[in-house]
Design a protein around this ligand. Sequence first.
Ligand code: B12
Length: 213
Amino acid sequence: MTHHSLLLILSQCVIDGRHVESEQTVRTLLGEGASPMSVLDDGLLPGMAVVGQRFRDGEMFLPQVLVSARAMKTAMAVLEPLLAASNVEPKGTVLIGTVKGDVHDIGKNLVSVMLQGNGYRVVDIGTQNPVEKYLAAYEQHRPDVVGLSALLTTTMMYMPTVIAGFRSRGIPVPVIVGGAPVTQRFAGEIGADGYAKNAVDAVDLVNRLLKRT
Ligand code: B12
């Protein structure tokens, strides 16, 4: 089978939420020499995009989205070590987490993996983080950049609270934001130090903020 048809099958596995087959298909593609990036960009992400559209249009419901998310995650578990493989000295540390009230983590995990793959150490504090969690993790790990993720128009409104938490304590760490509803304009309005629309741009953004390449 060609890479192209295997990638289509992989997208469909994510859409249908077939996690066992999605993992197998990823392994087959890798075994046949497909790059981890293309498996992600041309197989998994297009599948997840369809899930997003169908959910929005009321053609798919939450339980189905959950099984799709699981298929995406099982496949990502195979790709992560490959995407993150890098044996150079860390270029810096990035603390990342999804904000309070929000359980979405697929996009955040992707950003983490891409940063790791590009030489950063990532401290991932998971989902549903109140400002106190970010502050405590900051004290413990002293990251060079803090990243906030939110996928809901309601939870993105919590982002300024986290930024204020750092600023009111005089902590000058750059705070960057992202997630589907977040825009460059919103980032500017809440005084974030940066915004990126996807994981690849997130790496560029961190490179720029820390003047690394
Ligand atoms: C999967 C999914 C779920 C899964 C999440 C599983 C998981 N472990 O993450 C489950 C089923 C749990 C879920 C639940 C809900 N969901 Co939901 N979900 C989605 C869905 C379909 C896909 C999200 C996703 O993973 N996308 C793929 C990733 C790769 O993209 P991404 O997250 O945008 O991340 C990229 C960029 O945004 C960026 N990025 C992300 N984070 C960061 C951080 C930084 C610092 C930077 C720089 C960049 C960056 O880089 C990423 C990689 O390129 C979206 C639809 C959509 N189009 O977004 C709805 C969506 C986000 N969900 C939605 C809703 C309404 C809900 C629920 C409220 C439903 C309900 N009634 O209960 C709950 C909320 C639960 C909660 N409290 O958080 C709505 C939000 C509407 C809104 N505007 O607020 C959406 C948009 C669907 C829709 N069209 O209606 N959901």
